[in-house]
Design a protein around this ligand. Structure first.
Ligand code: ZN
Ligand code: ZN
Length: 243
């Protein structure tokens, strides 16, 4: 059996530990083992270490943390046909069944028998990660796993909010985005792609606003006390339609 290095939660309020573990194998027909090319670090990882997820996830320690993963397909189960060894993939954070009522309604996130690698089962702070066929999405050749791994969660979270806002926005509307940080800078790009509205970004950090303007924001407002008046100014005194 070959081994790999993996970073594990060994106890709450304790440092993570690097350990040698067996490389996971594609034992089930829909299993996909991914050689990790990038694993994002999420604030949730800190919450896990503080024990905030212990009761909800019921995870048994030690286990491997990391839920924002991308890499190359290493091996696949007998039923997997849409990816093969060597394909670049990004990994949707949830493993879902595809057969329950929620999955069949397109509401996979409420799957009755889901697993969440990095949260309730072994995740991607490791050389290899076991996931399932439904969870791997092929990447365009121009993308590298390490560059996009964080989109697997930070990207999904920002997309969820931005797509919801975009459904209400028309070309005459103004949308205020508060914060152009880790999630916000992704949300701005999603809004720009999905919505014709004018984007006003508010942040305390002028450098974050510069980035925002370079990736699609129409206006940047530094939040240093007069931001409400500035947004009113930019919207003819009416305020934004969506915040
Ligand atoms: Zn996360
Ligand atoms: Zn399901």
């Amino acid at each position: 059996m070959s081994t790999m290095r993996a970073v594990q939660v060994v106890g709450y309020h304790q440092n993570l530990e690097m350990r040698d573990l067996p490389v996971p194998e594609a034992t089930g027909p829909w299993d996909v083992v991914v050689r990790i090319g990038g694993a994002g670090v999420c604030r949730t990882d800190l919450h896990i270490l503080e024990g905030q997820w212990a009761e909800k996830s019921q995870v048994q320690l030690p286990y491997t943390i990391g839920h924002e993963n991308a890499g190359w397909v290493h091996s696949v189960g007998s039923a997997v046909t849409h990816v093969r060894e060597g394909d670049k993939v990004i990994v949707h954070p949830l493993i879902t069944c595809g057969l329950c009522r929620a999955c069949r309604s397109g509401d996979d996130v409420h799957c009755e028998s889901s697993q969440f690698p990095g949260i309730d089962t072994d995740g991607g702070y490791a050389e290899y990660l076991k996931t399932s066929a439904r969870s791997v999405v092929r990447l365009d050749d121009s993308l590298e796993p390490a560059d996009v791994a964080a989109l697997a969660d930070a990207g999904l979270t920002a997309y969820h909010a931005a797509a919801k806002a975009a459904r209400r926005l028309t070309p005459r509307d103004r949308c205020v985005v508060i914060g152009a940080g880790g999630l916000g800078h992704i949300g701005i790009q999603v809004l720009k792609a999905l919505s014709p509205a004018e984007l006003i970004v508010v942040d305390r950090n002028p450098e974050a606003l510069e980035l925002a303007l370079s990736i699609g924001a129409d206006h940047g407002v530094v939040a240093e006390g007069k931001q409400v008046a500035e947004v009113l100014d930019l919207t003819g005194g009416f305020g934004a339609e969506v915040v």
